[in-house]
Ligand binder design. Structure first.
Ligand code: COA
Length: 161
């Protein structure tokens, strides 16, 4: 069974991520959506919330499992028996960082390959930050997040505290 890991902060998951995941599902037998528990980013949602939201958003994809991870991504991949790391490329500006990460990961785990999928044109401008930014200012975006994500953002930003 060929397993691949698609890792990220997913704060929150968007349809751009799901587009990559759906296409990766056709290439591998099993996909693990690995939610980074703790990285350099300040997150809106806790790791448990990000996992729960992602779980709901990918429920229709039968060969996807959502799991939290911390520490080095390649260590997690090895523990899960994965052969590849999936990454999405949105624009040329993503390339430099991705190239560096792929080289570093290859350096410490030569048996692991990074597989890059081009983001579909309709999601090229999407990022989790822009989704949060608009949501906080009262505009829950349409067509770029799942309904369960919209609901979670609404609750986070706009329910009476
Ligand atoms: N559609 C929509 N948005 C996308 C996207 C797509 N296809 N691809 C990327 N993005 C967005 C993400 O939502 C994110 O937006 P944000 O910055 O507004 O939150 C941004 O692009 C960057 O995403 P990504 O490149 O996946 O970074 P990340 O910070 O979410 O995750 C990790 C990076 C967790 C995979 C990486 O830091 C890691 O592996 N950490 C573990 C520690 C480790 O091994 N470090 C060594 C790595 S060399």
């Amino acid at each position: 069974m060929k397993i691949a890991v698609y890792a990220g902060t997913f704060d929150p998951i968007t349809l751009g991520h799901i587009d990559i995941l759906r296409r990766a599902c056709r290439l591998f037998d099993k996909l693990i959506l690995a939610v980074a528990e703790d990285n350099y980013k300040q997150t809106l949602f806790t790791a448990a919330e990000r996992c729960e939201i992602a779980q709901q958003a990918v429920a229709e994809l039968p060969n996807v499992e959502v799991k939290p991870f911390d520490g080095l991504l390649v260590d997690f991949c090895r523990r899960e028996g994965a052969v590849a790391i999936i990454r999405g490329l949105r624009a040329l500006s993503d390339f430099e960082k991705e190239f560096q990460m792929a080289q570093m990961n290859k350096n410490v785990a030569p048996e692991m390959d990074s597989v890059f999928l081009m983001t579909s044109p309709e999601y090229q401008f999407v990022s989790s930050s822009i989704v949060k930014n608009f949501s906080e200012l009262g505009q829950i975006p349409d067509g770029i997040i799942s309904p369960c994500v919209a609901e979670a953002l609404l609750q986070k930003f706009h329910t009476a505290k």
